[in-house]
Design a protein around this ligand. Structure first.
Ligand code: GLA
Length: 386
């Protein structure tokens, strides 16, 4: 793989690609739409992701090429002019990260040539954008010997997404990708940024990811609207309880005070965030006890809440999940990521994986009119030089 990519690099830039990096994608097992409400999330890094081949330049130019967007050719910009322009398309992701590093005071005095190659489907909700952001971050750290640790890089990547790209995302994706660990999921308390690795012992089951193949862009989705609805509910709750974020409340206290939220929609958004946070903590306890069945039930409940209270699923995700629930050997199934399209995550007994893909795939095609795509989710390490 790396040799092939180095040869691609050579063809594009007519020089040798000196160093190689890898940054994974992520799948979230449970804890959805909690990360901007001060709650817990439980994602893991995948073995799919973004490769980057790099070579330093003498001048201040950055030239970037992606095998995934060959039609866009080489995107070129100067370190002197790090602004978001539409024509630079995907190139705004690496550019945004460079800008955040520079603004933070990191010394990046030369440009570089870079080739990206991603094997996560774009727009599938497995965080191809956070993956390329962290890939850029690790390139900068290693090329310019910067004194910056992974958690700081995670925060800079999130900042690039918020301030440069304009998507108000939480920290989950960047954290899972930067800090991932093979065969472990990460329980992250997003309020205090405290994390714990939990070995993913799924016994004779595996993670199956199903892609709706419905294209979805976070920026133009209803993501920012959900944040606003949560903030509105939080503002009203603050009039009666002392909290800083929605997930500071437990479900019991929420029930006591929820009447203060005037609008029913906002009340359901807050309810989802608060109950989902509790489900996530419970799910991790069950997994640690080895009770996969209980873990799966919480995954299912998460989907129901995202469907009915948070309303971020839609016909494609609901179809995949509801078909999955009917299959033999399915321990749990839910949408993963922001929603509005993207992927589902299911825990499926190994011996049922084939029939699962066949039956859910056929049912989906019948109902939606085009195919879903299935992958086995293998849990890998975080962003690194290779
Ligand atoms: C997207 C965002 C994350 C998180 C999820 C929903 O993936 O980037 O920060 O909010 O949606 O859980």
């Amino acid at each position: 793989m790396i040799n092939e990519l180095k040869s691609d690099f050579n063809k594009i830039y007519n020089k040798v690609g000196e160093r190689a990096f890898f940054s994974p994608g992520r799948v979230n097992l449970i804890g959805e739409h909690t990360d901007y409400n001060g709650g817990n999330v439980f994602p893991c890094a995948l073995d799919m992701g973004t490769f980057a081949i790099v070579s330093k330049r003498e001048d201040e130019l950055v030239r970037a090429y992606s095998n995934n967007f060959k039609e866009l050719g080489v995107i070129e910009f100067s370190l002197e002019n790090l602004i978001n322009i539409k024509e630079d398309d995907w190139g705004n992701y690496p550019k945004g990260v460079i800008k955040m590093f520079v603004d933070e005071g990191h010394k990046i005095d030369n440009g570089f040539d870079i080739l990206f190659h991603g094997n996560i489907p774009n727009g599938s909700g497995l965080s191809s954008s956070a993956s390329i952001e962290l890939a850029t971050a690790i390139v900068l750290k290693n090329l310019f010997s910067l004194d910056v640790d992974m958690v700081s890089m995670v925060k800079l990547a999130q900042k690039a997404e918020n301030k440069f790209i304009g998507v108000n995302c939480g920290i989950m994706d960047q954290f899972a990708i930067g800090m991932g660990k093979a065969n472990c999921a990460i329980l992250l308390d997003t309020k205090n940024i405290i994390h714990k690795y939990v070995p993913l012992d799924l016994k004779d089951s595996v993670i199956v990811i199903a892609n709706t193949n419905k294209r979805r862009g976070l920026a133009d989705s209803k993501y920012n609207e959900r944040r606003y609805e949560c903030d509105t509910a939080l503002g009203e709750l603050k009039e009666v309880v002392k909290i800083n974020e929605l997930c500071d409340l437990c479900a019991e206290d929420f029930e006591k005070h929820s009447g203060v939220i005037k609008n029913d929609v906002n009340r359901r958004r807050a309810k989802h965030a608060i109950y989902e946070n509790e489900r996530t903590k419970k799910a991790v306890v069950e997994l640690e006890k080895g009770d996969l069945k209980a873990f799966g039930k919480l995954m299912n409940a998460s989907h129901v809440s995202l469907r009915d209270d948070y309303e971020v699923t839609g016909i494609e995700l609901d179809t995949l999940v509801e078909l999955a629930w009917m299959e033999e050997g399915v321990i749990g199934s839910r949408m993963t990521g922001a929603g509005f399209g993207g992927c589902t995550v299911s825990i499926v007994n190994e011996k049922n994986v084939e029939s699962f893909m066949k039956n859910v795939g056929a049912g989906y095609k019948d109902a939606i009119g085009y195919d879903a795509t299935f992958y086995i989710g293998r849990v890998g390490d975080g962003t690194r030089e290779i």
